[in-house]
Design a protein around this ligand. Structure first.
Ligand SMILES: [Zn+2]
Length: 153
């Protein structure tokens, strides 16, 4: 709980006279109980859905199932079980929450998946990277395989 002091007299209690949500915070008009001074605060609210900024700059709510599904497709016929993928997605969500991140690019999420997938299954890693980084030629594949072999050494 944050203490919002009156900017005029420093009194610690105020009443809310108006409240409206903005992008990721709530804008509140407060009135000091001591001197009646009105001021505006922007307060963070918990449980605001994580939003994903996509490559075309559109924004949509983060969808756990959709991400799990994408990773599963990269892991087809690989020894990777759904539980591992669910944990992976959960740890990504937690990491973002811990950093108080409310908007994240799909690129960043992709990188976070790759970072975890690398240690789980190299084939799934390459498949996921090829879709997410939109590999269009053999050079892109060779590049990531070179990166991988450098890491393994
Ligand atoms: Zn006051």
């Amino acid at each position: 709980m944050i203490i919002l002091k009156c900017p005029e007299c420093g009194y610690i209690d105020s009443k809310v006279v108006d409240s409206r949500p903005t992008d990721s915070r709530i804008r509140r008009r407060r009135e000091c109980i001591n001197c009646g001074y009105r001021f505006t605060t922007y307060e963070m609210v918990e449980n605001i859905p994580l939003m994903v900024i996509k490559k075309d700059n559109s924004i949509e709510p983060f969808n756990r199932e959709k991400l799990i599904d994408r990773i599963l497709r990269a892991a087809v016929k690989r020894p990777v079980n759904v539980g591992i993928i669910e944990d992976m997605v959960e740890s990504i969500v937690q990491e973002l929450k811990n950093k108080l991140i409310r908007e994240v690019s799909s690129d960043k999420i992709g990188e976070m998946v790759l970072h975890r997938l690398k240690d789980v299954d190299v084939v799934a890693y390459i498949r996921f990277a090829s879709v997410y980084r939109e590999f269009s030629d053999i050079d892109s594949f060779l590049k990531i395989i070179t990166e991988l072999s450098t890491d393994i050494k």
